[in-house]
Unconditional design. Structure first.
Length: 252
């Protein structure tokens, strides 16, 4: 299987790559010389950087500045369509951001993936690439992410929750996993993430729920998959957080 790679900066300002990842695939922590727009045309990816955890269904893409260390994992099969971009044209240096992917932007990405690495900058392909960059610029940010702690003991706990958002272990169990007292664990967790453990876990559950809903999974199954005791409790929390019912995110 072809792995992600870097392209020399003297090549075209945008170079696209496509790949197919199997369920359970993990691309260990790495970085790129170029800025990257990480996008899956189908399937859901989890991406963890030093500071944040992201979940990316096909309606979203992740802008990763050049040099950003990140790990990618796939629960199910993923069709990767990613762009490597000259960092000189990055208007957000050092800033990761999740963007919404419109149907038009998706179509542009899928078209650019077909281009060779030596496409004509002054011809049709070059014009499409410039339009693609314009569309990326105008896409709104998608505020669905969870801040990661720096302390390795807390990272261990956060990765366990991300791997299984339905994990019902209580504070004592999670503190034990971190190798800390409950008091130290809760204090340090809030200090490093800006929120309590319960709120952080709730964010991860809702991020996972968005991805499952976008793949067509029924609301009732999603509620239990992400750890809620009932579909009604899940629906109430989802509506309170996003302002719409979970059914609005389902694939029709």
């Amino acid at each position: 299987m072809k792995r992600s790679t870097d392209y020399p900066l003297e090549q075209r300002p945008v170079v696209a790559l496509q790949d197919e990842y199997p369920p359970g695939f993990v691309d260990p922590t790495h970085s790129h010389q170029r800025t990257q727009l990480l996008y899956a045309s189908s399937g859901v990816m989890s991406v963890v950087t030093e500071g944040t955890s992201f979940v990316l269904p096909p309606q979203r893409a992740l802008w990763l500045p050049a040099g950003t260390a990140h790990e990618v994992s796939c629960r199910g099969p993923v069709s990767l369509r990613t762009l490597y971009i000259d960092p000189a044209i990055d208007k957000y240096p050092g800033q990761c951001r999740v963007i919404e992917v419109s149907e038009f932007l998706r179509a542009l990405i899928l078209e650019v993936v077909k281009f060779g690495a030596d496409y004509d900058l002054d011809g049709r392909e070059g014009r499409i690439v410039r339009l693609l960059l314009d569309e990326i610029e105008r896409m709104p940010n998608a505020p669905y992410q969870a801040r990661m702690p720096m302390d390795e003991r807390l990272v261990r706990v956060c990765r366990a929750i991300i791997a299984d958002p339905a994990d019902g272990r209580d504070l004592d169990d999670l503190a034990k996993l971190a190798g800390m007292s409950r008091r130290t664990f809760t204090r340090l967790f809030k200090q490093e993430t800006g929120m309590g453990v319960a709120v952080w876990r709730q964010q991860v559950r809702l991020m996972e729920a968005l991805s499952l809903l976008s793949s067509g999974r029924p609301v009732t199954m999603v509620a239990y998959d992400v750890g809620y005791d009932s579909p009604s409790a899940f629906t109430a929390m989802f509506h309170r957080t996003f302002g719409v019912p979970p059914s609005q995110y389902q694939v029709r």
